[in-house]
Design a protein around this ligand. Structure first.
Ligand code: SF4
Length: 489
């Protein structure tokens, strides 16, 4: 069904009419319509009054729900719209909008509406929505609690609001292009692994036990949501141990560190709690073992990745980093008879195998680790996403840009010919990408919280009816012990 954009006032309608492709979406001037809900998908656009400070005339409000009396209509697509509008440089606020039956001039009434948690008020949205789960509301703020309607400056505020509405028109078009029914294919397993869960729990327990601040060297895991959440609870993230006040508690991140970092921490009298994933520690042990036999170790991994930097630090004079098969073809070693290899834990399996093949061809005496260094979580997530990629038109991978295992999931999809995008969360998803896409695969890197997957599924459901299918039956029951510093009394 063709989506509808409902604009109550003539000035709002004029702001959008010529900026939206009528082939794509019908822009209807509604007045303050009442009666039966419209058929979806419906996007209500227009002006509104802000209820809370910090929202200025000319800002946009995207409703995540619309309230009128006891009725609440949710708008799950809101994060997608808000993200798209922000990427256009617009100031956007996401939150509940309340619809009332009169223009609110009384500051006390605004205050009481704000006390309900609503961030903006209008007189139409709740009356125009379809209430079928595919509704959207974008409102441009025309007045604020300290600059009410009918006060000096009103015409200028009106101009600002209509300009913001005009600027939102391309995103409204994108929304119209993206609405439609979809099948969502969820890769399983996805999201947190045992090493990431352990690292996060270590910081949480350290905060409980020692109180804030607890210092953490580098990102505890490569995910900005996890870092922001722990920061809010009192964790302080630093680049180096030198920045930590003497005598403080310092947690070492899941990717592991070079021994030199531990020495610095010791010299500063820091109480160190090691959150290095045990599977990364295993690779450190291998490198120490090979180096102790005077072997050169070819460490297959990404040169600047923190895990590789830490592992290399175990024997900096004996470790050479080899990024890929191309580097494996040219690497020079002092003695081919005294040679071993080890791997970063989060590599793409196929690429790593190709690199090992080249090394074995060039250096037949090379020794390898007892068991594969690519960890179970990386392996399982790559298998799962490849299954999804074979059936999907597009795969969305949730994870941060510096998450190695998330980037590899994107590469796995692309290798299979399926477009894939790495996003931090639902607000990062480009609506244009979804146009014409009916089968969307979703996975998440080992450092991305499961709640982000749930939020993305919910947001996509706001674009039309969705059927969600879980693909994959691998169960993970790996669990690691916590260090004694956060467990013993
Ligand atoms: Fe450990 Fe693998 Fe998780 Fe990294 S991805 S923390 S190596 S289990």
């Amino acid at each position: 069904m063709r989506p509808t954009v409902c604009v109550p006032l003539r000035s709002e309608w004029l702001a959008l009419r010529d900026r939206i492709d009528p082939e794509l979406v019908e822009v209807v001037r509604t007045g303050r319509a009442t009666g039966e809900p419209r058929p979806g998908p419906v996007l209500v656009a227009g002006v509104a009054g802000a209820l809370v400070s910090g929202i200025e005339p000319g800002d946009l409000v995207v409703a995540n729900e619309v309230r009128r009396g006891d009725t609440v209509v949710t708008c799950p697509v809101a994060p997608l719209l808000a993200g798209a509008l922000r990427r256009r440089g617009l100031r956007v606020h996401l939150g509940p909008v309340v619809t009332v039956d009169h223009v609110v001039h009384d500051p006390a009434e605004r205050e009481s509406l704000a006390a309900t948690g609503a961030i903006a008020v209008d007189t139409e949205s709740a009356l125009l929505l379809s209430r079928d789960g595919s509704d959207a509301v974008v409102r441009a703020v025309v007045d604020a609690p300290d600059r009410l309607l009918l006060r000096p400056g009103m015409p200028l505020r009106g101009v600002k609001a209509l300009a913001a509405l005009r600027a939102a028109a391309p995103v409204i078009e994108q929304w119209a292009g993206a609405v439609g029914e979809r099948v969502i294919l969820l890769a399983g397993p996805r999201s947190f692994c045992a090493g990431v869960e352990r690292a996060i729990e270590i910081v949480e327990r350290a905060l409980d036990r020692f109180g804030a601040p607890v210092y953490v060297r580098r990102q505890i895991v490569h995910n900005r949501h996890v870092v922001a959440d722990l920061q809010a609870r009192g964790a302080v993230f630093v680049e180096e141990a030198e920045e930590v006040p003497e005598g403080s508690v310092l947690v070492l991140a899941a990717h592991g560190v070079a021994p030199a970092v531990r020495r610095t921490a010791e010299q500063r009298g820091l109480q160190v709690i090691d959150a290095t994933c045990p599977l990364v520690s295993k690779v450190h042990q291998e490198v120490r073992r090979f180096a102790a036999r005077d072997s050169t170790v070819l460490l297959i991994g990404h040169h600047d990745h923190e895990e590789v930097v830490g592992t290399r630090g175990e024997a900096p004079d004996r470790v050479l980093v080899v990024a890929d098969a191309r580097e494996a073809e040219t690497v020079e070693v002092p003695d081919p008879q005294r040679l071993a290899y080890a791997m970063q834990t989060t590599l793409a399996q196929d690429e790593a195998a190709e690199t090992v093949q080249v090394l074995r061809r060039r250096f037949p005496a090379i020794e390898g680790p007892h068991s594969d260094d690519i960890c179970y979580a990386t392996t399982n997530r790559q298998h799962a996403v490849s299954r999804v990629a074979r059936e999907a038109d597009l795969v969305i991978v949730i994870g941060s840009q510096n998450s190695s295992n998330s980037l590899r999931l994107v590469e796995v999809c692309e290798t299979l010919g399926t477009p894939a995008r790495l996003v931090d969360d639902a607000s990062d998803v480009d609506l244009d990408l979804l146009a014409g896409v009916r089968r969307v695969g979703i996975t998440a890197g080992a450092s991305a919280p499961p709640v982000l997957v749930e939020a993305l599924v919910a947001a996509l459901s706001g674009l039309g009816r969705t059927v969600v299918c879980e693909l994959g039956d691998t169960t993970e029951d790996v669990a690691f012990l916590l260090p004694k510093e956060v467990t013993t009394a």
